[in-house]
Design a protein around this ligand. Sequence first.
Ligand code: F0G
Length: 331
Amino acid sequence: MVTLGEGDTPLVRSRAIGETLGCSELFFKLEGCNPTGSFKDRGMVVAVAKAVEAGGTGIVCASTGNTSASAAAYGAYFGLTTTVVVPKGQVARGKLTQAIAFGARIILVDGGFDQALELVRGITERHPIALVNSVNPDRIQGQKTAAFEIIEELGEAPDYVFIPVGNAGNISAYWLGFSEAFGMEWISSRPKMMGFQAEGAAPIVRGEVVEDPRSVASAIQVGNPASWESALRAKDESGGAIDAVSDEEILEAYRLMARKEGIFCEPASAAALAGLLKRAREGFSFRGKKVVCIVTGSGLKDPDQAAENEPTFMEEYPPELSAIERAFAVD
Ligand code: F0G
């Protein structure tokens, strides 16, 4: 009854990268096509509807940016007071712009996402405000629908799902979705969950909390993931892996996806493809395998990244046909 149009995102077949990997069935799930440009909307619509059902009038979240943009949108839609607590100076411009546009109250803290999450957990223990981070199980229930969509589209489960890992809610949600589908005998096998953290923010890989997580992929700068345990379960039960990719590998995948596939994602989202490329370099064969990369958010979220890291190919000419014609002239 209440929706901003989240879900039903495209599953696009790779035309170039899959072929270079010898993988004829590589797909990209374009979660940037959700209403606020990231997968967060799938869970946010459920969490916010449930908060309203419980008689709530306010919601709060900590965020590296996308959760705050989504909470702000659904808060506005449901007529709630939305407060977002975000790390000062570490949120991509597009995401902060969304929270401002949707009229959320924005609290900047001089700390990272982990501290922000601790603060909002403290607030919601003391005040009747709904916490809409992925520690809220309603968020996971919404996010698991992406797994159902992949099954519907492919007619079965893929062999591998490559996915970025930050606070680790999403990998847990996908695993829940695939496991429920398996339990209902809708699919006969479950995919291997391949989660990738950024090297400078890889607590699960290192097996210890990272005090000052750093990455070009600001969305996954998380040093102490709330869903750490369930992410490990997803990895172990699926026979998958949780590994790290460097910022260079992330930016390589970010550029490749845009240039070779026409898909502009934010850096954190590129960690999934970076992980696949890393595995391929390590000698894993994906021949004959169905592989899905979860492209979690739109590139427009972080316009400064594209501007900073891309060589510019802009040329300037006077607005005259003869001048423009020279630009098209072939030597
Ligand atoms: N990709 C993007 C674009 C994200 O924004 C996030 C998380 C992730 C991947 C990782 O998902 O946390 O479920 O493991 N963003 C959170 C936020 C932390 O506040 O927007 P996760």
